[in-house]
Design a protein around this ligand. Structure first.
Ligand SMILES: *Cc1c(COP(=O)(O)O)cnc(C)c1O
Ligand code: SF4
Length: 347
């Protein structure tokens, strides 16, 4: 067993393990964790400096997760847009394949809260069905492995998936989305990188949300991937009270460039049930984007994007894409549709 696998076994999953560490009553936390599982690596837990800080809020269950029953579990209609279980085909030329349903840390703001940590990993049977679907759709040239976290699969399982994809000639690029660089950096072994290199062009998207997540260990993990010739991008989720501050966001983007990670997306929080307490207003997001553009390297500016409900797709939010109409915003989708968005109060 690898060191990363041993470390995964020592994750904190029982809320009462937190009480001696932080001297707190974990009854509330336990109630929440029954519905939305908790899992925190010892490494990530070690980044917490005090209860309530930016790391804490991302991983410790909060009773506020229950105070959001108005939202839907799957506002993006991912299940509806799924031609075979585990595959989302929303755009013309690319698909998302949910190859894993587990993660090293369960983020409290996760957009796939409905399934991540709750269901079993994709079976081999459905894996064949997904590969057959992709093989039968020559328009698919870009396959994004997501989940859950694809890097929680063992190397040989991941290798089977990648080699299956590489046998399909029209698949040009493969992308992998992972948060292990942030939550379990020892997962990025030299063995993993050696295996990945065989299937180029491979792109990896990481998921850093706060400057404190950029440590010597996470920098080493990213360096290994970059040295294997893998271009690295980053997807940040805009989170209230965590990174919804122009200075914090600017520092995060600058530190990402230092570890050879290009900021790709800054995501407006999806309207997913159980995550309302993390949602910021779009005005705040636009302000943060204005705080980046021109004030620091152009390379440090991601696209600020919202994922429209019902699977209409991601739209970059720039001042000219947004029209104000009374108390709501009108946003143009990538196909020219206009969607009405009810913004939250300015924070
Ligand atoms: C985000 C996403 C993609 C990839 O979008 P890009 O803009 O190409 O990065 C593809 N499919 C689905 C369903 C997505 O949510
Ligand atoms: S790593 Fe990604 S998929 Fe996993 S819990 Fe966090 S946000 Fe969700």
């Amino acid at each position: 067993m690898n060191r990363w696998q041993k470390n995964l076994k020592t994750c904190v999953t029982a809320p009462d393990e937190l009480s001696p560490l932080f001297n707190l009553d974990t009854e509330d936390i336990a109630q929440v964790a029954k519905r939305y599982p908790m899992r925190i690596t010892r490494y990530y837990l070690g980044l917490i400096e005090r209860p309530g800080d930016a790391i804490w809020r991302q991983c410790i269950p909060d009773p506020l997760e229950f105070e959001d029953q108005a939202q839907m579990e799957d506002p993006l209609d991912e299940e509806l847009l799924s031609p075979v279980p585990g595959l989302i085909h929303r755009y013309p030329d690319r698909v998302v394949w949910l190859v894993s349903s587990v993660c090293a840390v369960y983020c409290r703001f996760c957009m796939r809260k409905r399934r991540v940590g709750c269901t079993e990993a994709t079976e081999t049977g459905t894996r064949q069905a997904v590969l057959a679907y992709i093989a039968n759709h020559p328009e698919i040239r870009d396959v994004i492995l997501s989940g859950g976290d694809p890097f929680l699969l063992e190397d040989d399982v991941l290798e089977e998936i990648l080699s299956g994809l590489r046998q399909i000639h029209h698949v040009e690029i493969i992308r992998i989305g992972t948060r292990t660089t942030v939550t379990l950096p020892e997962r990025i072994t030299t063995g993993l990188c050696r295996m990945l290199k065989k299937f180029h062009p491979i792109y990896v998207n990481t998921h850093f949300n706060h400057p404190k997540e950029i440590t010597a260990a996470s920098a080493r993990a990213c360096a290994r991937l970059a040295d294997a010739g893998i271009p690295l991008g980053n997807q940040t989720v805009l989170l209230k009270g965590i990174n919804d501050d122009p200075q914090v966001m600017k520092r995060l983007m600058q530190l990402l460039l230092k570890i050879r990670v290009k900021p790709y997306y800054l995501h407006q929080m999806d309207l997913v049930r159980g995550t309302a307490h993390f949602r910021t207003s779009i005005d705040r997001g636009l302000q943060i984007m204005e705080g980046l553009r021109g004030h620091t390297s152009g390379l440090a500016s991601p696209y600020y994007a919202i994922d429209l409900e019902g699977g209409k797709g991601k739209v970059p939010l720039l001042p000219e894409y947004v029209r104000r109409d009374d108390d709501s915003l009108l946003i143009r989708s990538y196909r020219g549709e206009v969607v009405r968005y009810r913004d939250v109060e300015k924070s």
